[in-house]
Design a protein around this ligand. Structure first.
Ligand SMILES: [Fe+2]
Length: 421
């Protein structure tokens, strides 16, 4: 970015000064897909803006080229959900509530992305290493976008029968409570106003009930992916339908299923991780992880599994653009660890047991204090636990309550591991 005060200045110099945060993010995404073992890419919707659906295919093509470039010969499965901006008025009028997603469906099909949910949810098994897999439900929260039947009768004709790019529609009460409101300069066309103020996000209740039933039968941590947030965003949102209409119902359905739900979403252009719990016995938790808008970065999510292939811990690594426009990651405070609900005995895989036995019984007592990362790697070598496996083993011991990890929020090389007395 450049703070340009002189528009007549040399374009070449300006161009040489300019940085591109989006370009940095896409380069980093390509690097991660090239160099690391990535089992799947989840995209959170809003591939375009205010219904410019003719741009969706280009967006999908660019993302696909970065994630699975043909030179690299990769074939990482890519998933995605519809965003409210991926629907146009013209498509909603012409093709109806399901058909209006046709541009998205066609683009996904052309680039062999996994089918996106339009009317009903879709369920996938995301395969990982060693036969482990994570169930993922993809859910459409944008079924209400541009749905004619949802708008008040008096507004339908002005919205759907007039030229949306001309007459602005006055939806804002300028004298609410006697206060003079700031002029909304950016809200200047009917089209923009409708998108900003009458986006009507909701989930089909039948989808929520079906997913909750399946979650309560499986009782293991599961991904649910949808475009909209389940809790109000940090920045106050002043609009008519600023929240998912049945977000509270969705939260209850997930909690009462008894399973842990890792809920991935976008929409708010912010990146909080929030956890919802209930004091009711037998309930699960909802871990809500928001993806930032792509020019700000992306998240990498790593799942750790028990011996019987149940997820016991989620690690979220942030890749974010800093003030210089470059992507930073991997340093301190750039990852978060989220333990899931599992029985402690399920955590004691054979490799976990071997290292635990070694450090608590076979080492001289004087060496059993606090371990550095290098010491743990060294001890792992003695019992056939590779350096790559030590992180998962230490995290399993931590979740089982056997050890304490000091500097837990920092990268694992900074950890100091202490045996609990
Ligand atoms: Fe959105």
């Amino acid at each position: 970015m450049v703070d340009l005060k002189l528009s007549s200045f040399s374009p070449t110099i300006i161009s040489n000064l300019r940085t591109s945060p989006l370009g940095s993010v896409l380069s980093e995404l390509r690097r991660v897909c090239q160099r690391e073992h990535i089992d799947a890419v989840m995209t959170m919707g809003d591939y375009t803006s205010i219904g410019a659906t003719d741009r969706i295919e280009d967006a999908v093509m660019v993302m696909d080229g970065i994630i699975n470039d043909t030179i690299g010969g990769r074939d990482i499965p890519i998933f995605g959900v519809p965003g409210n901006h991926d629907v146009s008025k013209a498509d909603a009028v012409e093709f109806g509530d399901v058909g209006k997603f046709k541009h998205l469906v066609d683009a996904f099909g052309k680039y062999r992305w996994r089918p996106t949910p339009t009317q009903s949810f879709v369920r996938y098994e995301v395969a990982g290493a060693d036969g482990a897999s994570l169930t993922a439900y993809l859910l459409n929260s944008s079924v209400g976008s541009w749905s004619k039947s949802l708008y008040p009768e008096g507004m339908r004709s002005s919205i759907f029968e007039s030229d949306a790019s001309s007459e602005p529609l006055k939806l804002v009460d300028e004298h609410l409570f006697g206060d003079s409101l700031p002029k909304a300069n950016s809200v200047d066309t009917l089209l923009t106003q409708v998108y900003e103020q009458l986006d009507t996000p909701y989930f089909r209740a039948v989808d929520l009930n079906d997913i909750a039933t399946q979650l309560s039968e499986a009782r293991k941590a599961t991904l649910v992916v949808s475009h909209h947030n389940l809790l109000p965003q940090y920045t106050p949102r002043v609009s008519y339908f600023g929240e998912v209409l049945n977000a509270g119902y969705a939260r209850q359905a997930f909690l009462q299923s008894g399973a842990d739900v890792i809920y991935l979403h976008g929409h708010i252009h912010d990146d909080p991780i929030e956890i919802v719990t209930s004091p009711e016995p037998g309930t699960g938790k909802i871990f809500m992880i928001a993806a930032p808008a792509l020019p700000s970065g992306f998240n990498k999510i790593t799942t750790f599994f028990t011996a019987d292939k149940r997820p016991f811990l989620i690690k979220v690594t942030f890749f974010r653009v800093d003030r210089s426009g470059r992507v930073i990651s991997g340093n301190t405070a750039m990852s978060r660890l989220i333990p899931l609900i599992v029985r402690p005995e399920d955590l004691l895989r054979k490799d976990v047991h071997r290292l635990w036995k070694y450090i608590t019984q076979e080492l001289p007592e004087s060496d059993r204090g606090i371990f550095s990362w290098d010491e743990l790697v060294e001890h792992g070598r003695h019992v056939n636990v590779s350096e790559a496996e030590v992180e998962a083993v230490v995290l399993a011991l931590h979740c089982a309550g056997f050890i304490e990890i000091h500097n837990f929020s920092e990268s694992f090389e900074s950890w100091r591991v202490e045996i609990r007395k």
